[in-house]
Design a binder for this molecule. Structure first.
Ligand code: ADP
Length: 434
């Protein structure tokens, strides 16, 4: 597409079943509103007349089923209308899922059939997985369901910061600007943005998350019937592929949506032949999906961490606090790259246990690390515990044996200003504030 530098207020008329695709510019925000007709952004209907403000760099589409007029104010990197979209096929999937939810709701709550659809979305990077997950969630929330969103993407997940896997119920259509609300997600900290660093740990955490959700579903017929939508990583070769199969299996997915790749579709279809109750469905990738290179991805990760600590509105004063070393214990999980052979006594083998806890000295080496605060009460609970939030170490004063200026965000508001536990987990996740 040709970059446009239009800045003036302008109107765009959309015919039925078409969309306006927008890439917000790198520096300036953009606002947009619906003038006539009806339209939605990734499954969430937008209200008429009200200006929506989009932050720089966001990519989105305003889609209309019946026709609409949109007004835009501000410059974009690109914006264009498209009348070829896969939206009909996506909404057809939604209709099938709705049918299953209704059947699940109607069955007696102790039977297997009271379990609603467990949908897992797979495909290469930039095939529109997160976007499709979001649409399916928003459409179903609009109809009154509270489906559970599970995000297994440690690189570009949309529930919390990178390096985590997480789940949260979606009770309302997802806000097109704010995204998933950060209220009460269930978060497990992996600590790295690629699975290859410790694939076994990744699997263990996926299991823990699935297990916890299984427990929640058992006591909640409503969320059981609404089911789950599981977003995955775009890593589909080698270990990545194995991890996908592991996730399908661990979550007992019964619908696998494969986006934009014939080969992956046939591989998965073939493996799942033995499981007749799992439907594997191939879906077309939208032409609107924007490809992001490594640098853009890195930026997006930074942006998510910033958003976590400062909020969207750039709140200048996140919780800032000082902790004493004596109150905290930092662990790294797995032998990992931090224990090179050369550092070991001659003849010793690096410990291979992927869930081995290694205690870490608190020193300036931790500067700029993003650490998770575990809910664990004892070290041996760390692997199986979810995390309460994250801290970012902005300064360490060796003399005073204090960490100053770390930031804790209250995922759990009741812990405001106080760490809900003394065990911190560190991985390779870092953030340089810019
Ligand atoms: P994946 O999860 O497969 O990596 P995403 O769903 O995150 O892919 O999509 C990649 C990017 O493309 C995101 O920035 C998303 O907002 C954007 N995008 C997806 N669909 C559209 C569309 N129809 N129009 C404009 N941008 C889109």
């Amino acid at each position: 597409a040709v970059p446009s530098v239009a800045t003036a207020l302008r109107q765009v008329k959309l015919d039925k079943e078409s969309e306006l695709r927008v890439e917000v510019g790198p520096d300036t925000p953009l606002r947009l509103r619906l003038l006539t007709g009806s339209a939605e952004i990734f499954g969430t209907e937008i209200a008429p007349e009200i200006w929506l403000n989009f932050p720089p760099r966001l990519n989105f589409a305003v889609f209309t089923w019946y026709g609409a007029t949109i007004e835009i104010d501000g410059s974009t990197e690109t914006d264009y209308t498209a009348d070829e979209t896969p939206m009909i096929s996506y909404v057809n999937v939604h209709a099938v899922l709705e049918g299953r939810r209704n059947r699940a709701k109607a069955s007696s709550s102790d039977s297997d059939s009271s379990q609603g659809p467990r949908v897992i979305v797979v495909g290469p990077t930039d095939s529109g997985k997160s976007t499709l997950s979001r649409m399916l969630l928003s459409w179903s929330a609009k109809q009154g369901w509270k489906p559970t969103f599970v995000d297994l993407d440690i690189g570009q997940g949309s529930i919390t910061i990178p390096g985590c896997i997480a789940a949260t119920p979606v009770e309302m259509p997802i806000d097109p600007v704010e995204g998933i609300p950060l209220e009460m997600p269930l978060v497990y900290f992996y600590g790295h943005t690629t699975p290859s660093v410790n694939a076994d740990l990744y699997k263990v955490l996926v299991k823990e998350l699935a297990h916890t959700l299984e427990g929640q579903f058992a006591g909640n017929a409503e969320s059981r019937a609404a089911g789950m939508v599981i977003n995955t990583m775009g890593w589909i070769e080698g270990v990545g592929y194995k991890l996908l199969l592991h996730a399908i299996d661990t979550f007992n997915a019964n619908v696998v949506l494969v986006l934009g790749q014939e080969k992956l579709y046939s591989m998965i279809k073939n493996v799942l032949k033995k499981k007749p109750n799992v439907d594997v469905v191939k879906l077309q990738k939208s032409g609107g999906v924007v490809s992001r290179n490594t640098r853009v991805r890195q930026k997006a990760r930074s942006y998510r961490i910033r958003k976590y600590f400062y909020g969207l509105s750039n709140d200048p004063s996140p919780h800032s606090n000082i902790a004493n070393f004596s109150d905290l214990v930092v662990y790294r999980v797995g032998g990992g790259p931090q224990a090179p052979r050369s550092a070991l006594p001659i003849g010793a083998k690096p410990a291979a246990d992927p869930t081995r806890l290694v205690s870490v000295n608190i020193n300036r080496g931790l500067l700029h690390s993003v650490l998770a605060v575990s809910f664990a009460k004892e070290p041996d609970q760390i692997i199986s515990s979810n995390v309460a939030g994250f801290i970012y170490i902005t300064d360490i004063d060796i003399q005073r044996f204090e960490i100053s200026n770390f930031r804790l965000i209250a995922v759990y508001q009741k812990h405001k200003g106080q760490l809900p536990g003394k065990f911190l987990i560190v991985g390779t996740l870092t953030w340089i504030e810019t």
